[in-house]
Write a protein that binds this ligand. Structure first.
Ligand SMILES: NC(=O)c1ccc[n+]([C@@H]2O[C@H](COP(=O)([O-])OP(=O)(O)OC[C@H]3O[C@@H](n4cnc5c(N)ncnc54)[C@H](OP(=O)(O)O)[C@@H]3O)[C@@H](O)[C@H]2O)c1
Length: 245
């Protein structure tokens, strides 16, 4: 097994994902830069490679099972394992809670929740073969019951993130359930899986209204992607430490 670590970051052509890919490459990992648009992937990979990173674009649309299977087959064929998987790709559609229909909920659940499970399920044979694998699931502050139930808080009053918040709360629960399942399976117990929140980061997702830079937003993902074997699993963290659920 080669000494270099192999990482896959989804949604890595821009925003927090691109900054995460850059920081992992700066730490010496070989980064498979996952994007659903091949051209955007190629230009982002070129940008990071110019800075000296070992980066390769990989097409992966997490809402498309065939695309996810193809990406897993490529990683299997060329590397035989994955040491790091950052489930970063995500989307937000704003619509007031009282106007949301069940149909309106499908795109965000398809990407943020089903897409994440689709990727983990297809990729799992690869971290299984790593000596010490890490999976990072990118959730959100808006996933937190602790903040959403705080009367008058920004989170209690952000009615337009109705579906998004529910998808990210699901991501948190799935993270805990995966962590428990891995711990109970001797072949998977070396995989640590944690959820992170990047904070409120200026990206396309929020029309660049966020207050943090993408470099800051990537820190929690990079930390939990590269933690040692004595680290926790099944937690939820910002770059400042544990977050309430
Ligand atoms: N920005 C924030 O304040 C904030 C706060 C909390 C959590 N987050 C989370 O952080 C993660 C990154 O978001 P961001 O802020 O960096 O947003 P962003 O700039 O909009 O980036 C989102 C990325 O996800 C990709 N993506 C969306 N659907 C996809 C699909 N079906 N398959 C593959 N890739 C897909 C996008 O690709 P395209 O370019 O092709 O659309 C893009 O690369 C998301 O999970 C988001 O929910 C962000």
């Amino acid at each position: 097994m080669s000494a270099e670590k192999i990482a896959l970051v989804t949604g890595a052509n821009k925003g927090v994902g691109l900054a995460t890919a850059r920081q992992l490459a700066e730490r010496g990992l070989t980064v498979l830069l996952g994007t659903r648009d091949a051209e955007k992937g190629a230009s982002a990979a070129t940008e990071l490679a110019e800075d000296g990173g070992s980066v390769r674009p990989v097409r992966i649309d997490i809402a498309d099972a065939a695309s996810v299977r193809e990406a897993a087959a490529l990683a299997e064929r060329d590397y035989g394992r994955l040491d790091v998987l950052v489930n970063n790709a995500g989307m937000l559609i704003r619509k007031p809670a009282v106007e949301v229909t069940a149909e309106d909920m499908r795109p965000e659940f398809e990407t943020n929740v089903f897409g994440l499970v689709r990727v983990i399920h297809a990729m799992l044979p690869l971290p299984r073969r790593s000596r010490s694998a890490r999976i990072v699931n990118v959730a959100s502050d808006s996933a937190m019951f602790a903040k959403t139930t705080e009367p008058g808080s920004m989170f209690a009053r952000s009615h337009e993130s109705f579906v998004y918040s529910a998808t990210k709360a699901a991501v948190n629960m799935l993270t805990v359930k995966y962590a428990n399942a891995f711990l109970d399976d001797p072949e998977l117990a070396h995989i640590k899986v944690n959820a992170v929140t990047p904070g409120y980061v200026a990206t396309d997702l929020n029309n660049f209204n966020g207050v943090r830079a993408t470099e800051e937003g990537a820190r929690a993902s990079v930390h939990w992607a590269t933690v040692g074997d004595d680290a926790e699993t099944g937690g939820f963290f910002s770059d400042e430490g544990p977050m309430p659920w």
